[in-house]
Design a protein around this ligand. Sequence first.
Ligand code: IMP
Ligand code: MG
Length: 176
Amino acid sequence: MRVLLSAEQIQSSIDRLAAEIREREAGRPLTVIAVMTGSIIFLADLIRKLDMPLRVGVIQARSYLGTERGSLSVNADMLPDVAGRDVLVVDDIFDTGHTLLEVLSFLDDLGPRSIRTAVLVLKQGKQQVALRPDYVGFEIPDVFVVGYGLDYNDAYRNLPYLAALEPQDIESERAS
Ligand code: IMP
Ligand code: MG
């Protein structure tokens, strides 16, 4: 495993994102919606740097495997009311973009006043959708990353930094 972004690099990027968000969303209470589960640590760090009125809610996007491979379902059981609200959707990583697109189209149907999106990392050259997040912490090459909320088979979310999982790490995970 190789450290890609240190805890310090992540914090200074979140400082910048928070400043951008505070400036652009100034004067309007925000409804921050975190896409579970990978965004929990990013959410916790980001909202503590947003010195403005806000509410927090969560939503989950699950991808079906098997016959409906690639299609997503949204679990909104814990979503607060977003009608007429200014919403900021927070996700860990923007890869193909399908997850965020699905979440946005779900939320859009609920009639928010505005929706913007923030992601900690964007994988370069992977996007399959026209959407581009409004706030991006880092652009990274196409490697599988773990830590700072992101998992591989539910492991590694608790690493305080972002690491690239190398092929041999994946092999040894399989063997254990
Ligand atoms: P999408 O391809 O943009 O729809 O991303 C789907 C989801 O896959 C993300 O929200 C992450 O939860 C997960 N994901 C994509 N790339 C990685 C990665 O490198 N590490 C861990 N999770 C990832
Ligand atoms: Mg995710």
